[in-house]
Design a protein around this ligand. Structure first.
Ligand SMILES: Nc1ncnc2c1ncn2[C@@H]1O[C@H](COP(=O)(O)OP(=O)(O)OP(=O)(O)O)[C@@H](O)[C@H]1O
Length: 326
C-alpha cells in the first residue's frame, strides 16, 4: 500500500544542512498496522510528513496506493491527500467549531452537499463512539475524546491509509489503550492500512503487525513484530525484553538468553534440562508477552555443571532461538 524507496530529506543548505532521513526503504502492506519506532530526533515526524508531502523529500520515491506522490502538486496532490487521513499528537481540532463541525470540515472542503455531510458525520461519530458529543466544543472534551474526533475527521474522506503522528503520546495509559483498540478495530473492520510513528514500545507491542526501527535518520531494523521479537539478537527483542543483569558466568558455566515462541512457550524446558543433564539452571530474568495472538517469552539463565555443552546442544536442537554468553 505504501512503498518508500531511497528516501532522503535534508533540511537547510551547505554548512547548515541537517540530514533528517537517509536512504529510507519501507514497505507497508495493505491492511497492516505498521509502526515506526524511534527516539526523539530520529526522523519519525519527517518520515510520516513526507508520505503525504507535508514535507517535500530531497530525493527518493513514495508510492501510496499505486500513486507516486513526489511528482504531484496542486489539485492532483490535494486529491491524493484525500485518500490519506492523518491524526496528530495534539489533535489539531478547530476550537470554535463543534465536534460535528470539526468532522464535517474536510467534507466541506471536498464539496460534499450539506445533507450528505450530516449523515456522514453522524456515521463517523458513531464509528468512534461519540454520537452524544456532536454539539459540544473541543474544550469540553477529554484528551481521548478529542483524539476520537481527530480519528473521525481523518476518516471523513474514506481514506485507504491513516497516518498517525504520535497519536497517543499525550494520553494516559488507559486512554492510550482505548484509542489503540479503536485503531485496531477500524483496521480490522474497514481494512484500513495504518502507518504510525511512536517512541513508545507499548504502542508497537499492542497493535503493530510490522515495525521499523529508526535511528539518526536510518532504518536499522524492520519486519514482522512477532518474528523480530522471537529472535534474541534483534533490537526489538532487546527493547521488549530488557536484560538488566550484566552477569559474568562462572568458569565452565554459560549464560543463555532463550526466546520461546509459539508452541515452545508451552514446553517445560527447564525441568527437562535439569532432569536430562547434569546441570543446574539459575534463572536470571524471565518475561512473557502476548504479541497479537502469539505468546513470546524470554529468559536469561545460567547453566552450571559438567554437561553444560550437552544442555546447550539440546536447546539448540529444539529449534529455540538461543544466545550464549560464556
Ligand atoms: N524544519 C526543520 N528544519 C531543520 N531541521 C529540522 C526541521 N525539522 C526537523 N529537523 C531536524 O531533523 C531531525 C529529525 O527530526 P524529526 O522531528 O523528524 O524527529 P522525530 O523522530 O520526529 O523527533 P520528535 O519525536 O522529537 O518529534 C532532527 O535532527 C531535527 O532537528
Amino acid at each position: 500500500m505504501i512503498t518508500i524507496r531511497n528516501l532522503r530529506k535534508v533540511y537547510g543548505k551547505k554548512d547548515q544542512a541537517v540530514v533528517a532521513l537517509d536512504d529510507i526503504n519501507l514497505d507497508v502492506p495493505r491492511g497492516s498496522i505498521f509502526g515506526v519506532l524511534g527516539q526523539s530526533g530520529a526522523g519519525k515526524s519527517t518520515l510520516i510528513r513526507c508520505v503525504n508531502m507535508l514535507e517535500r523529500p530531497t530525493s527518493g520515491s513514495i508510492i501510496v496506493n499505486n500513486q507516486e506522490m513526489t511528482t504531484l502538486s496542486g489539485a492532483a496532490l490535494r486529491k491524493a491527500r484525500q485518500r490519506i487521513g492523518m491524526i496528530f499528537q495534539h489533535f489539531h481540532l478547530l476550537n470554535s467549531r463543534t465536534v460535528a463541525e470539526n468532522v464535517a470540515f474536510p467534507l466541506e472542503v471536498m464539496g460534499v452537499r450539506a445533507s450528505e455531510r450530516r449523515s456522514r458525520v453522524e456515521e463517523l461519530l458513531g464509528l468512534v463512539g461519540l454520537s452524544d458529543k456532536a454539539k459540544v466544543y473541543p474544550s469540553q472534551l477529554s484528551g481521548g475524546q478529542k483524539q476520537r474526533v481527530g480519528i473521525a475527521r481523518a476518516l471523513a474522506g474514506s481514506p485507504d491509509v491513516l497516518l498517525s503522528d504520535e497519536a497517543t503520546s499525550a494520553l494516559d495509559p488507559q486512554t492510550t489503550h482505548s484509542i489503540l483498540q479503536l485503531l485496531r478495530d477500524l483496521n480490522k473492520r474497514m481494512g484500513l492500512t495504518i502507518l504510525l510513528i511512536t517512541h513508545q514500545m507499548d504502542v508497537v507491542r499492542e497493535i503493530c503487525d510490522r515495525v521499523a526501527i529508526i535511528e539518526a535518520g536510518r532504518i536499522v531494523e524492520q519486519g514482522e513484530v512477532s518474528e523480530l521479537a522471537a529472535q534474541p539478537d534483534t533490537r526489538l527483542s532487546h527493547a521488549l525484553f530488557p536484560r538488566p543483569q550484566i552477569h559474568t558466568p562462572q568458569p565452565g558455566a554459560a549464560v543463555v538468553s532463550i526466546v520461546f515462541a509459539g508452541n515452545s512457550a508451552e514446553e517445560p524446558i527447564i525441568s527437562t534440562l535439569a532432569r536430562r543433564f547434569e546441570v543446574d539452571v539459575n534463572i536470571l530474568s524471565a518475561q512473557l508477552e502476548l504479541l497479537g495472538q502469539q505468546r513470546i517469552g524470554q529468559m536469561q539463565a545460567e547453566l552450571v555443571g559438567p554437561q553444560v555443552e550437552q544442555a546447550l546442544a539440546y536447546l539448540q536442537n529444539l529449534g529455540l532461538h538461543v544466545e550464549v554468553q560464556r
